[in-house]
Design a protein around this ligand. Structure first.
Ligand code: SR1
Ligand code: MG
Length: 405
C-alpha cells in the first residue's frame, strides 16, 4: 500500500505500515500489534516482533480527541511533537525516546519503545519511589528549557524556532482548561467532586482576587515566548524505572514560560502524596512514600536552581544577560512562574475537565474530599504568594500549612 492518503489505522493495519515505512524489523518477520494508548488525544500502537522481543511505538493522531469531541487539535500535532523530541534529545541526550519517522500524511510518529520503563503516574499509584528522579528531571528541564531561550540561543534562530512551534489549537486547550474554566465554569464541563461543590464555589468561582491572578498568568503564558516548553509535563508524560527517566508526549509544546513545566512536575508530585496519604494503610509505608514525595518536591526546586545557575554560566551567549545581577533577576521570575503554575495545574486537575487518577482513585469519599481541599488551598497560596517561593523548603512549609488547615 502507498499510504498516500490519511486513514485512521486499526491495530491490525500497523505491522504492514511499519514494514513499509522503516527498516527496523526483518522484512519477512511476523509482527504483532496492540493499541495501548490511554491518553486523552491519540492512538498508540506497540508493534512487537515475537521472535526477538524487539518493539516499536506508532502514535497516530485521530481527527477527534479521545477525551471530548468538543475539543479540537490540529491533526498535524505530530510534527511539533517529533521536532521538539529531536531538540530535547540534543539539549539533554537520552532523556526522550528516539524518533525514527514522522509521517505527515498518515499523521504518525514512529518512535522508540521505552522498554523496561513504567508510566510514572502508574508507578506512583503503586507507591513506588524513585530516588534518582529529582536529579534526572531537573537535568532534563534545565537543559531543554534554558538552552532554548534568548539567553543561550542566537536570537534570529530562536525567532525562527518560535515561528515553527506556533501551536494554536493545543495552546487554546491549555488556555481554556488550565487558565480559564477552573475559575468560572462557563463551558459547563468542569468535573467537580460533589461533596466539595460548595467549597469550590466559594474558593474558586467567587474568589475574584484569585481570578485576577489567573488572568495575569494566562496572558503571561500566551505572550512570554521564553523557552521551548514541553507544555504537558505531568507524571503521565514520564516513563521511569530505578535507573532512568524518559520524558515523552510533548504535543502541547510551544514557546512559553519555563515555569510552566517545572510547576507541572511539582503539582503532580503532590497529587502522588495525596494518594499515598489517603490510601496507604501501614504508617511505616506511608511515611516512606509520602516522605519521599515531599523531599522530591523540595529537591526538584533546589536542584533546578543550582543546575540553572551552572547551565547559565556555561551557555549564556547574550552580552546583556551576562550583566551582574541579571541571572538572579531572571531566575526569580522563573521561580515565581513555577509556583504559579504548580497552583494552576493543581486547581485544574481538581475541578477541570481532565482530572488525575491519583485523586479520582481514592475511593473513600471523605478522604478524597479532604485531599482535594488541601490541594486547592495549597494551590491558592502558590498563586497568590508566588514571588515568595524561592527554595524547596518554601514549598514544604506551604504544604504543611495546607495539610494542617
Ligand atoms: C483535551 S486533553 C486534556 C488534557 O490532557 C492532556 O494531557 C493535557 O493535559 C490536556 O489539558
Ligand atoms: Mg499526553
Amino acid at each position: 500500500m502507498a499510504y498516500d492518503t490519511y486513514f485512521l489505522m486499526k491495530a491490525e493495519d500497523v505491522p504492514a505500515y511499519v514494514q513499509e515505512k522503516i527498516h527496523y524489523f526483518n522484512g519477512d518477520t511476523l509482527l504483532e500489534s496492540k493499541e495501548i494508548g490511554d491518553g486523552n488525544l491519540n492512538y498508540v500502537f506497540r508493534v512487537t516482533e515475537p521472535s526477538t522481543g524487539r518493539s516499536i511505538i506508532v502514535k497516530q493522531a485521530g481527527p477527534e480527541l479521545r477525551i471530548a469531541k468538543s475539543l479540537h487539535a490540529s491533526i498535524d500535532r505530530g510534527r511539533i511533537e517529533s521536532e521538539i523530541l529531536r531538540i530535547q534529545d540534543q539539549c539533554s541526550p537520552g532523556s526522550v525516546p528516539k524518533v525514527y519517522l514522522y509521517d505527515s500524511i498518515m499523521k504518525t510518529i514512529i518512535e522508540e519503545d521505552m522498554v523496561g520503563h513504567t508510566m510514572m503516574r502508574t508507578a506512583l499509584l503503586n507507591h513506588e519511589i524513585f530516588p534518582l528522579f529529582a536529579d534526572q528531571i531537573t537535568t532534563f528541564m534545565v537543559y531543554s528549557l534554558l538552552k532554548t531561550t534568548d539567553v543561550c540561543m542566537e536570537h534570529k534562530e530562536k525567532k525562527e524556532s518560535v515561528r515553527s512551534f506556533i501551536n494554536p489549537e493545543l495552546c487554546e486547550i491549555s488556555e481554556d482548561l488550565v487558565f480559564s474554566e477552573p475559575f468560572m465554569d462557563y463551558n459547563h464541563r468542569n468535573n467537580v467532586f460533589a461533596p466539595n461543590k460548595d467549597f469550590v464555589e466559594k474558593e474558586l468561582y467567587q474568589d475574584t482576587a484569585l481570578q485576577l491572578e489567573a488572568a495575569k498568568l494566562k496572558f503571561e503564558f500566551m505572550n512570554n515566548a521564553q523557552s521551548l516548553i514541553h507544555g504537558d509535563l505531568h507524571t503521565g508524560s514520564i516513563f521511569i524505572n530505578q535507573e532512568h527517566t524518559f520524558v515523552f508526549d510533548p504535543e502541547f509544546a510551544c514557546y512559553g514560560p519555563m515555569g510552566y513545566d517545572v510547576g507541572n512536575i511539582i503539582a503532580n508530585l503532590f497529587f502522588a502524596w495525596c494518594n499515598g496519604d489517603a490510601v496507604i494503610e501501614s504508617p511505616e509505608e506511608k511515611d516512606i512514600f509520602c516522605g519521599w514525595c515531599l523531599s522530591c518536591i523540595s529537591d526538584v526546586i533546589d536542584l533546578f536552581i543550582s543546575k540553572f545557575s551552572v547551565c547559565w554560566d556555561e551557555n549564556t551567549t547574550d552580552t546583556m544577560a551576562k550583566v551582574p545581577g541579571f541571572k538572579d533577576y531572571y531566575l526569580k521570575t522563573v521561580l515565581s512562574d513555577t509556583a504559579a503554575m504548580a497552583g494552576l495545574e493543581s486547581i485544574r486537575r481538581m475541578v477541570g475537565l481532565a482530572n488525575v487518577k491519583d485523586i479520582t482513585s481514592i475511593t473513600d469519599e471523605s478522604k478524597r474530599a479532604r485531599a482535594e481541599r488541601i490541594v486547592i488551598r495549597l494551590a491558592k497560596n502558590y498563586i497568590m504568594n508566588r514571588t515568595h517561593f524561592l527554595c524547596g523548603n518554601d514549598y514544604i512549609q506551604a504544604i504543611k500549612k495546607a495539610i494542617a488547615a
